[in-house]
Design a protein around this ligand. Sequence first.
Ligand code: F6P
Length: 539
Amino acid sequence: MAGIADSAEWDALSAHYESIAETDLRDLFAADPDRGSTFVAEAGDLYLDYSKHRLNRDTITLLAAVARRAGVESLRDAMFEGERINVTEDRSVLHVALRAPRGTELIVDGVDVVAEVHEVLDRMAAFANRVRHGEWTGHTGRTIEAIVNIGIGGSDLGPRMATTALAAFADRSMTYRFVSNVDGSDFLEATRDLDPATTLFIVASKTFTTLETMTNAHSARAWSLAGLGDESAVAKHFVAVSTNAEAVAAFGIDPANMFGFWDWVGGRYSFDSAIGLSLMLAIGPDHFDDMLAGFHLMDEHFRTAPVESNLPMLMGLIGVWYGNCFGAETLAVLPYSQYLAHLPAYLQQLDMESNGKSVTREGAPVGMSTGPIVWGQAGTNGQHAYYQLIHQGTKLIPTDFIGVARAAEPIGDHQDLLVANLLAQPEALAFGKTAAEVAAEGIAPEQAPHRVFAGNHPSSTILMPELTPSTLGQLIALYEHKVFTQGAIWNINSFDQWGVELGKQLAQRIVPELESAADPAHDSSTNALIRRYRELRAR
Ligand code: F6P
């Protein structure tokens, strides 16, 4: 299949790029005073302002034509219908089924997957309610006070991000911890102040073979047994979330305490499946349902809205515009909400593991730049760290600002100060400060070049009324489908992750070499590092 770059639609976009590339955001706003209220789109509770981008109406028309030519809509429909669009693993991609309302139907290979999803959700809810109401007790009869999720990647980042995001909705009488790193200090610090008699571990792993998770799970079992002294304690203090029932049973977890999901849920698309059990324990089943409804609302928007007003498609296309026409390499995601502190890390996996690909779905070189480097942290902290580079550095860094209007628990004037900063940064980035403006402030001429802000730095601003389970679901689905849109345009498979395998295999080979005294058999650098490690460890 010819790539999108070989199409007439791409040629038209490239020609348009040549004509608009030098146009400044100041010019665009001067030419169209209504721009700030017309280059906007809404879906559910999310308002997207994309006016501060280097584009005009023609750009959107041309980008939409590219999307149609690339078959974004047909691939989207294929996903929603359960077709096996994850071609390298021969799997359906059905995270949208995880939030399909009860009673709807989606038959895949003769099975109604929506009914299966709700069966697991019901089991999760029953379990969560028992724990939350003190009916599920530990081995010694005491109620559960701490939940520790053990998982990594998609089995960690989603529930970790969402449990922080929705802390205002959580049962504050319980403690929630997340252990992911194989570095033993992660486990030690997470459990240091916990009591085995009141701690429940959730071992979350799609495969139940991941080195980090299994190592931590075994340490957790040893920690529990050291405190409780009896193998039978495992049944009361460990539950599993996995697609691998055999491995769960082999670990010693009662299959009755396993919550399943399916191979058509990718790890990075899974926190609204049973992988979100820790989140459900924190916020309760009703709030979890509200979150699923938020996801579904955005799914429906993505499925039905025309490209030109489809939020995920617009964001995906704007990313393509910068990545493939302007040559931007990164995307900064800057949420102005401390509750969203883990969102950038979550989006790193979602975007970079999905679209960090260099061959097409057919295995040919993709021939164009693909997924961006995603980075960021909660505002306003970044302003006092790296924003300098965005404002006055030499790189083009498109930015997503995310803001929440109402604080969960307002105190003083914090929220207005936070939002003032959220609004000020995109304005400063877009419009900067000219030499004339600097001179008018009476700045000495030799200082002036340092005080000029070139401006013309593009950004989107996403605003929501408040951070709730529903708006979080909408936001995450927005990014999921943005990533989908871009993968479809580049014709890459956004749903596999073969690139993480080589490092895992090499680590397995190195483990015994660290223990042995024999000569390691790698390149000279790795061999020398292995020898140095042996030496340092022995000192
Ligand atoms: O790092 C690769 C990966 O497979 C991710 O895609 C996944 O989210 C993570 O490892 C954890 O995998 P599992 O849930 O099987 O332990």
